[in-house]
Design a protein around this ligand. Structure first.
Ligand code: OSB
Ligand code: MG
Length: 366
């Protein structure tokens, strides 16, 4: 199975609803898709880098540059995801770019073999419960309306984005309106400091599943200090870029839960290692999201079906993100999404839709 070349394709998709986090407001996704063409099959990967380097140092234009300049030329000629991972290892960082290329290679490899990504990764579920990530709103009544809509759609867990000044009040309001049985958690995207420990401790009475990444993106030591001062479990997102980081966080006591995002950690192979490590240590994991299209979503659902993913993920339905996805839409059924069973990631972009939203395309022969 020889790799013939790689296409980098950019698509522009408006978001169904502006998404505000502590680091900024997204109104559209500028997505980089990677298509690997081999002699037997082609494979797709989605790069989750955002337009600006606000969540992490990566950004979509930088990802395209490192792919065309270094990562694609380094690819082995045979489509083998482990070999691709090793070949990209000398290049530091750029995990989102690496993840997109590795996933496209893996998809091609699995399609040629007739194996689904879910089966390959070791999935034990055929459908997964889904949560939804709710942005910061202009007012508490506006937030309650949005949450009410998602709860009515059937989402089994709600995550509220928080920042200083938008923490206790939104959590209290959602608890009062939807009751103690709603699975509820918050995500600060690194917006607080250790000096905010007393403020964050005011969230303890609300029985949240977890507080996600309250402190700086690279600080395991202060997260460990904060964890000792809160009853609510801490979960890390930004701070875990590899299985080695997860091991360090577990040793230090920096978190009790890990948000696994394949893009953030360099791909599905490393994501599975983090799953295996956390499972061995008794830490629950869940699958985060980066406002993916159906391409990234399909692969995330396969990962979410592994046995250690015991908390609902940010794997929401297509309608949560886009009025029209680039794949067949993922539709919520009783709060769950079905894990694709076809070869590879099990989905592909619809050609007509893809053509409509493509803003740029570049072919890199090998
Ligand atoms: O921190 O989990 C995050 C989206 C973009 C960047 C960072 C994050 C998020 C989300 C949305 O919370 C998750 C999703 O529904 O895709
Ligand atoms: Mg997060």
């Amino acid at each position: 199975m020889k790799i013939e070349g790689v296409e980098l394709r950019r698509v522009a998709l408006p978001l169904a609803l502006p998404f505000r986090t502590s680091f900024g407001t997204e109104t559209a996704r500028d997505v980089l898709l990677v298509r690997v063409v081999t002699s037997d099959a082609e494979g797709w990967g989605e790069c989750v880098a955002m337009a600006d380097p606000l969540y992490s140092p990566e950004y979509v234009e930088g990802a395209a540059d490192v792919l065309r300049r270094f990562l694609v030329p380094a690819l082995p000629r045979i489509a083998d995801a482990h070999a691709a991972e090793r070949a990209m290892l000398p290049f530091k960082g750029h995990r989102m770019a690496k993840a997109a290329l590795e996933t496209a290679v893996l998809d091609a490899e699995l399609r040629a073999a007739g194996t689904s990504l879910a089966a390959y990764l070791g999935a034990s579920a055929s459908r997964v419960p889904c949560g939804v990530s709710v942005g910061i709103m202009d007012s508490v009544p506006a937030l309650l309306d949005v949450v009410a809509g998602y709860v009515a759609e059937g989402y089994v867990r709600v995550k509220l984005k928080i920042e200083p000044g938008w923490e206790v009040a939104p959590v209290r309001a959602v608890r009062e309106r939807f009751g103690d049985d709603l699975l509820l958690q918050v995500d600060a995207n690194a917006a607080f400091t250790l000096a905010d420990a007393p403020l964050l401790a005011r969230l303890d009475p609300f029985d949240l599943l977890l507080i996600e990444q309250p402190l700086a993106e690279d600080d395991l030591v202060q997260h460990a200090a904060l964890a000792r001062r809160l009853r609510t479990p801490l979960c890390l997102d930004e701070a875990i870029e590899s299985a080695a980081h997860a091991a360090a966080a577990i040793s230090l006591g920096s978190c009790a839960v890990v948000n696994v995002k394949p893009g953030r950690v360099g791909g599905y192979l490393e994501a599975r290692r983090i799953h295996d490590l956390c499972r061995a240590h008794g830490l629950p994991v869940w699958c985060g999201g980066m406002l993916e299209t159906g391409i990234g979503r399909a692969a995330n659902l396969a990962l979410s079906a592994l046995p250690g993913f015991t908390l609902p993920g940010d794997t929401s339905a297509s309608s949560r993100y886009f009025t029209e996805d680039i794949t067949e839409p993922f539709v919520l059924d009783d709060g769950h999404l079905t894990v694709p069973t076809g070869p590879g990631i099990g989905v592909a972009p619809r050609p007509d839709r893809l053509a409509d939203v493509t803003t740029d395309s570049e072919w890199i022969p090998l």
